[in-house]
Design a protein around this ligand. Structure first.
Ligand code: GTP
Length: 291
């Protein structure tokens, strides 16, 4: 998707319209980049609607860091949960956590003697965070199919998730953050945006620097490196020679090395990686306050 102001306004309108239909928003983010994969205007768009942050693709993230993120959101008064939509891990917990978020409201109804209906929810998130995968997981065989004729506006369909939850069948797709170069690089490294939007060398250098700093042993092991070099180009040279990323004349082909690093980071060849920690964000928030 190419996001232009008109598309953003439309996306925002679509989410805003559906807000009225639901009790709770499931904000889906990528557990490897819970800050960078959030929509920049999410708070403004969903206002005070109760929400549950779902840290999806938790299988690809560093477990210890994911725990830090859960605590980070908790400190902000936002309930969050690590899930793996691909394998269906954490699905029951989504229902329990939703009830927890809405506890006061549900208790009030019960006190009045009203039996609460199923909780109604909608998923929102930026492209590629796993919205469809999660919907399909939760739906199992419970999608209420109705006629879907071209030209006829499809009524909202609800997917029943057990007795306790009903989910809108179409997610709200919101745009990612663009303004920050580092955010863009992280989005590209996790495959959330196409490489063509950014320079592949920039993405791979960012990835390499990250591995050098956070996971040097995994990097050395993967490419049989003698050491972590001061200069990125030295590391590129070494990887190129070890992996045969060479040009006709035998010199190292940096394009190929870049592609290799990015591809291997995305496909978990370095194990589970978290590209950002709450501490980085707190630092950023402090800097912004100082400015
Ligand atoms: P858009 O339609 O572009 O908005 O994407 P989406 O948010 O619906 O994402 P989608 O469900 O298409 O998932 C994107 C990719 O992530 C797919 O290749 C999924 O298989 C993968 N994926 C989704 N959830 C998980 C997860 O929990 N773990 C892993 N490893 N992969 C996942």
């Amino acid at each position: 998707i190419q996001w232009f102001p008109g598309h953003m306004a439309k996306a925002r309108r679509q989410v805003t319209e559906k807000l009225k239909l639901v009790d709770i928003i499931f904000e889906l983010v990528d557990a490897r980049i819970p800050y960078s994969s959030r929509n920049p205007m999410i708070d403004d768009i969903i206002q005070h609607k109760p929400r549950l942050v779902l840290l999806n693709k938790a299988d690809m993230a560093d477990k210890a860091v994911t725990k830090e993120w859960v605590r980070y959101f908790e400190a902000k008064g936002v309930k969050s949960l690590a899930i793996n939509s691909h394998k269906g891990i954490g699905m029951k917990e989504i229902v329990t956590a939703s009830e927890e978020v809405l506890k006061e409201k549900l208790d009030r109804l019960k006190a009045k003697g009203v039996k609460p209906r199923a909780i109604r929810a909608m998923i929102v998130g930026i492209p590629n965070v796993g919205k469809s995968t999660l919907i399909n997981r939760l739906a199992k065989k419970n999608i209420a199919k109705t006629g879907n004729m071209p030209g006829v506006t499809k009524a909202q369909q609800w997917i029943k998730v057990g007795k306790e939850l009903e989910l809108l069948d179409t997610p709200g797709i919101l745009w990612p953050k663009f303004e920050d170069q580092e955010v863009g690089l992280k989005l590209a490294l996790t495959g959330a945006i196409k490489d063509t939007l950014l320079n592949l060398h920039d993405i791979s250098i960012y990835g390499l620097r990250f591995l050098e700093k956070e996971y040097p042993e995994r990097l050395k092991e993967r490419y049989n490196l003698d050491a972590i070099h001061e200069e990125v180009v030295e590391t590129f040279d070494e990887i190129g020679k070890r992996r045969g990323c060479l040009m006709g004349g035998g010199e190292v082909d940096y394009d190929k090395v870049s592609e290799l690093i990015v591809r291997e980071m995305r496909s978990e060849q370095f194990g589970s990686l978290s590209l950002e920690r709450p501490a980085d964000l707190l630092l950023k928030e402090q800097e912004e306050t100082v400015e």
